[in-house]
Every structure is written in structure tokens, then in C-alpha cells.
Design a protein around this ligand. Structure first.
Ligand SMILES: [Zn+2]
Length: 343
């Protein structure tokens, strides 16, 4: 279900609202090798936003936004569902905010719908973001996979949509690639869950959040892209640290060139019949991985998305992102434990 809580407030109101939240250190002792979500695991979906919720909530947010939020359709999924997105703001910097490319990574949809509602509000921080940014929100990149509660797409092939921006076998990939080309985002953020229960290396602390500043090797990026990615990453990490919400770790070092955000940074590929984008507009594209099991509530999982996302949006809007201190990036810890699901 969505919409049962009031919309997010300002960063300050967020902090106040979090005052009663237990910090990570209050979690019970964690046993390495603990729970991972398995393909056949029975996960309760009753409280998780489904496709119908996305349709309903986007409609409600747009209707009550006094014209600030517009909803569009990028195309159709393999099963024929509309690939819905919303835009809010009229600023020159386009910010792409994407959720649930993996259908069984549940809480990012609710998180971005909360953020969208907040961005349409009269809050001063939201007003600044609307003035400086145009935010393109994709609450459910993979509606077929979400309805089936699987990672991949369903029709015509069961494909990991985050590995399909080279071959473009799925209609979702083609539709969103065209939306990316048309909207030309400078900054992009992708929300995931980890199918794992790691601990921060060298500690016994449960790791609830991993920052993914590089889906490809930095050598594949321009210097500006690699700097921007680290600035987005540190703005995210610092926001979580500020509220004491999570033990943060660096996502494992990967180099996956067919992932969506990898290709936003690299350009060079296109669906059949389209011209590859040779000079990509995207200067920064990073991802979050939030723990998916063992949390106290869905609300806490959603805050692990909304707090850092709002911090990055705010830093992009007030101009601080471009000079953000990245000196702490190199000393971010990694997590230990084999992954169950991957990114
Ligand atoms: Zn994922």
C-alpha cells in the first residue's frame, strides 16, 4: 500500500521524523552467512506497491499537483503494461530517478513515489529542486517482473533488464533507451535491493546500504563522470551517516558494460534502427543497494532510499554537488559475504 503516510517533509522534517528510528547498532547480532532472498522464497507482497498502485498513485499525485507533475508512457512492457514515468520541475539539469528494474526488489517503488509527492509540494527545498532540476521518475522500470515477483522480464524473454542495453532484446529496454535519449539526463540514480545479508568488512556490523559509484571501471568513464559519480556517492553516504541510519559499504568492484547506467555513461549502443548516442549527456550515474531482509519495517527500508536520494537531489539543485568533497570515497569499507543476487 502507498499513501498511508504523510508525504516527506524537508530535510529537517525528515530528520525530525527519524528521531525515533532505531539505529543500525540496535539490530540484533548478525550471523554472517545469514538470510538471502531465494528465488522460491515466499515474500509477503501485501504491503508492497504493485503495478496498480503505481498507476493509481501517479494519477493521484499528478491530479493534486496543480500541474507540477506530468505522467507519461515510455512504451509498453512485454505483457503490454504501460511503462509509466513522471516528470516534475522545469530546471535545466535533468535528473533520472529509476526504481525496480529488478522486479523482486520491492521497496524502491514506494520510495520514489514518496519522493515524487514531496517534490510536488510547497516545501522550499522541493521548490528549489523544481526550479533547478527536471526530475524524471520511473517508479517501476520492470512492471512484468514486479507483478511476477521475479528479477527479470517475462515476455518475450526472461531477461535481466539491467543487462540489456547492448542487445536490446526487450521492449522495455528500447522504450527507456528512447526516453533517455529524449530527456538527456545529466544525472541518474538507480535504486536496488541486495539479495544478501552482508557485514561491513572488519566489523560485526550489519551492512544495510551499499553505494554503487561504478557499474563500469572508472577507465571507461571521463574524468568528469568519475568525479561526478563519486560526488553523488559521497553526498548519499554522508546523508545516511548524518542520521545514523545504516552501516554503509562500497558495492563490489564490477565492470558490466551492458547495464543501463553503464551505457548511459558510455553511450555507443542503440536499439535496432536507432543511431547510437556518441556524446552522452549523462555526467553522473550511480546506484544504491539497500538490504532487503531482516529490517524492522518497510518504512525503514524506504528511508534508506529516500534520505540519500533527497540529499543528492538537493545538492544538485543548490549547486553544492559540483564541489562536493570526495576525499572519503577511497576509504569506504567493503562488505563481506558472497552475494546472493547481484546488482
Ligand atoms: Zn537489482
Amino acid at each position: 500500500m502507498i499513501g498511508r503516510r504523510t508525504l516527506l517533509g524537508t530535510a529537517g522534517a525528515l530528520a525530525a521524523g527519524l528521531a525515533g528510528v532505531s539505529t543500525a547498532s540496535a539490530d540484533p547480532a548478525h550471523l554472517p552467512g545469514g538470510p538471502c532472498i531465494q528465488p522460491d522464497q515466499n515474500v509477503s507482497l501485501a504491503s508492497v506497491a504493485g503495478y496498480d498502485d503505481v498507476v493509481r498513485q501517479l494519477d493521484r499525485i499528478a491530479r493534486t499537483s496543480h500541474g507540477l507533475v506530468n505522467v507519461g508512457t515510455a512504451g509498453l512492457s512485454g505483457e503490454g503494461r504501460k511503462l509509466l514515468y513522471a516528470t516534475v520541475g522545469t530546471g535545466p539539469t535533468v535528473f533520472w530517478l529509476q526504481a525496480r528494474i529488478h522486479g523482486n526488489e520491492l521497496h524502491s517503488t514506494e520510495a520514489v513515489l514518496q519522493i515524487l509527492g514531496h517534490l510536488a509540494s510547497g516545501n522550499p527545498a522541493a521548490r528549489l529542486i523544481r526550479e533547478k532540476l527536471t526530475v524524471v521518475v520511473l517508479p517501476m522500470y520492470n512492471p512484468d517482473g514486479a507483478e511476477a515477483n521475479i528479477r527479470q522480464s517475462t515476455i518475450p524473454t526472461r531477461t535481466d533488464l539491467n543487462r540489456d542495453w547492448e542487445n536490446f532484446v526487450q521492449p522495455e529496454s528500447v522504450a527507456y533507451w528512447k526516453l533517455w535519449r529524449r530527456t538527456a539526463p545529466q544525472l541518474s540514480l538507480d535504486l536496488h535491493h541486495m539479495g544478501q545479508a552482508p557485514v561491513v568488512a572488519g566489523t560485526n556490523d550489519l551492512n544495510q546500504f551499499q553505494i554503487g559509484a561504478r557499474s563500469i571501471a572508472p577507465s571507461r568513464m571521463t574524468a568528469e563522470q568519475w568525479l561526478t559519480n563519486r560526488q553523488m556517492a559521497m553526498a548519499s553516504v554522508d546523508a545516511l551517516d548524518h542520521y545514523g541510519l545504516a552501516n554503509v559499504a562500497h558495492y563490489p568492484l564490477i565492470d558490466i558494460t551492458n547495464a543501463v547506467f553503464s551505457r548511459m555513461l558510455m553511450g555507443g549502443t542503440a536499439p535496432a534502427g536507432e543511431q547510437p548516442v556518441l556524446h552522452t549527456p549523462t555526467k553522473g550515474a550511480i546506484f544504491y543497494e539497500v538490504r532487503s531482509v531482516g529490517q524492522k519495517s518497510n518504512g525503514q527500508l524506504e528511508r534508506l532510499f529516500t534520505i540519500p536520494t533527497m540529499a543528492v537531489l538537493t545538492a544538485a539543485a543548490d549547486g553544492s554537488l559540483g564541489s562536493y568533497d570526495v576525499s572519503g570515497y577511497g576509504s569506504l569499507p567493503f562488505a563481506v559475504q558472497e552475494q546472493c543476487g547481484g546488482s
